[in-house]
Design a protein around this ligand. Structure first.
Ligand SMILES: Cc1cc2nc3c(=O)[nH]c(=O)nc-3n(C[C@H](O)[C@H](O)[C@H](O)COP(=O)(O)OP(=O)(O)OC[C@H]3O[C@@H](n4cnc5c(N)ncnc54)[C@H](O)[C@@H]3O)c2cc1C
Ligand code: FES
Length: 336
C-alpha cells in the first residue's frame, strides 16, 4: 500500500495491491482526467513531484517530448513503488457522477451507414437511469469478461435511453457481433459513465472535430448545448472517407438552424462529383483557423487524427488546457 497526495487539491488516498494511480483515484472517488486507460491516448498525464513508480509509465511517444522532460507520467500506467506526490488537474464536474453497472435492453437497431450501427438502449425503469455528462462513454461488458468502450451519442436529458454508434471492424469481438447477431430486445451489460470528455463551461467558441463515429460524443454535446439554449458559437468539422459515410442528416439540418452553429463535412476519399471540402479533417480546421489562441477544441475519433491534432494545433496557438479529446483506441484484452 502507498499513500498518494495530489497537488494542488491536497487530497490524499491509498493505493491497494498493484493498482495504478488512476485506478486508486477512481476507486476513492477522485476525478482525474482519463480516456482510454490503456496508456495510449495521453489524457491522464500528471507530474510526479516526488516518490517512485514502476518503470514504463512515461513513454515520450505518448506524452510528447516536452511533457516527458517535465517529469510527466501516465497515471493509468503508473504503479507506486513508494509514497507519491502527484500534480494533476482534477475534473470536478464528473466528481459526483456514480459509475454503475446496469443491464440495458436493445430497443432499436438502425444501420446509419453501410458500416455504422446505431443502437438505442433502454435502461430498466425505477433504477434511476444513468447520470452522465454529454461526451462521456460507457464500457459494454462482453460475455467473456472483455469490455469495449462506446461514446454516448444522445444527450443526458434523454434519461432512460442511451444511443451508441458502433463502426463495424471486420472480425472485431464486439462490432462483428453487433452486425451479425445482435437483435432488438437483446440484453447487454454496461458500466459507466466513464471518461472526462465533456463541454467545459467557457465562453470561448468551441471547435468540434470528429472522425467517423467520433461524431457520437460531439452530437451529445451539441444537442445538450442547444437544448440548454447555449449562445456559445460551435463549429463542427466531421471527417469521413466518402459521402456514403455521412449520416445524421436530420440532426445536422436541425443544428444548422441554430444561430452560432456551423457544420463542415470533410471527405478524405471523395467521389469526383463532391463539391465540398476534402483532405484530412484536422487540416481543414487549420486552413480555416490559422490562430487557435481564442478557442477551445474538442476532438474525438481515430487515434491518428487525435495524434495529428495534438502534434499540430499547439503550433497554431492552441493552449494546452484548451484541447480536450477522446481517442478511440483499441481495447487491450487481459491475457487469457
Ligand atoms: C473512449 C473510447 C470511446 C470509443 N467510442 C467509440 C464509438 O463511439 N464508436 C465506435 O465505433 N468505437 C468507439 N471506440 C472504439 C471501440 O471501443 C472499439 O475499440 C472498436 O469498436 C473495436 O472493437 P471490436 O471489439 O469490434 O474489435 P477488437 O476485437 O477490439 O479488434 C479486432 C481487431 O481489429 C483491430 N481494430 C480495432 N479497431 C479498429 C479500427 N477502428 N480500425 C481498424 N482496425 C481496428 C484491432 O487492433 C484488432 O486487431 C471507442 C474507444 C475508446 C477508447
Ligand atoms: S493514456 Fe492513460 S487514459 Fe489514455
Amino acid at each position: 500500500m502507498a499513500r498518494i497526495r495530489f497537488q494542488p487539491s491536497g487530497r490524499e488516498i491509498s493505493s491497494e495491491g498493484s493498482e495504478t494511480v488512476l485506478a486508486a483515484a477512481l476507486r476513492s472517488g477522485l476525478a482525474l482526467p482519463y480516456s482510454c486507460r490503456n496508456g495510449e491516448c495521453g489524457t491522464c498525464h500528471g507530474r510526479l513531484v516526488s516518490g517512485e513508480i514502476a518503470p514504463g509509465a512515461a513513454p515520450s511517444t505518448v506524452l510528447g517530448a516536452a511533457a516527458h522532460a517535465r517529469g510527466e507520467v501516465l497515471l493509468c500506467q503508473a504503479r507506486p513503488v513508494s509514497d507519491l506526490v502527484v500534480e494533476v488537474r482534477e475534473v470536478e464536474a464528473v466528481a459526483g457522477l456514480l459509475v454503475r453497472t446496469l443491464p440495458a435492453r436493445v430497443a432499436h437497431l438502425e444501420r446509419l451507414t453501410h458500416d455504422v450501427m446505431g443502437i438505442t438502449l433502454s435502461l430498466p425503469k425505477g433504477r434511476g437511469g444513468l447520470r452522465f455528462l454529454a461526451g462521456q462513454y460507457v464500457d459494454v461488458l462482453l460475455a467473456d469478461g472483455r469490455r469495449r468502450s462506446y461514446s454516448l451519442a444522445g444527450p443526458p436529458s434523454d434519461a432512460d435511453s442511451l444511443e451508441l454508434h458502433v463502426r463495424h471492424v471486420l472480425g472485431g469481438a464486439f462490432s462483428e457481433y453487433v452486425f451479425t447477431e445482435l437483435r432488438e430486445r437483446d440484453l447487454m451489460r454496461l458500466t459507466g459513465p466513464l471518461g472526462t470528455f465533456f463541454l467545459r463551461q467557457d465562453a470561448r467558441p468551441a471547435i468540434l472535430v470528429g472522425g467517423g463515429t467520433g461524431l457520437a460524443p460531439l452530437a451529445a454535446m451539441i444537442e445538450e448545448a442547444h437544448r440548454g439554449k447555449s449562445q456559445r458559437p460551435m463549429q463542427l468539422y466531421w471527417g469521413v472517407r466518402s459521402e456514403r459515410d455521412l449520416y445524421y442528416a436530420k440532426q445536422l439540418a436541425a443544428w444548422q438552424q441554430v444561430p452560432g452553429f456551423s457544420f463542415t463535412p470533410v471527405l478524405s476519399e471523395p467521389d469526383a462529383h463532391w463539391q465540398g471540402r476534402s483532405g484530412w479533417v484536422h487540416q481543414a480546421v487549420l486552413a480555416d483557423h490559422t490562430d487557435l489562441s481564442t478557442v477551445q477544441v474538442y476532438a474525438s475519433g481515430p487515434p491518428a487524427m487525435i495524434h495529428a491534432i495534438r502534434e499540430e494545433f499547439p503550433a497554431h496557438g492552441l493552449a494546452e488546457d484548451a484541447l480536450f479529446y477522446d481517442s478511440f483506441e483499441s481495447a487491450v484484452d487481459p491475457a487469457p
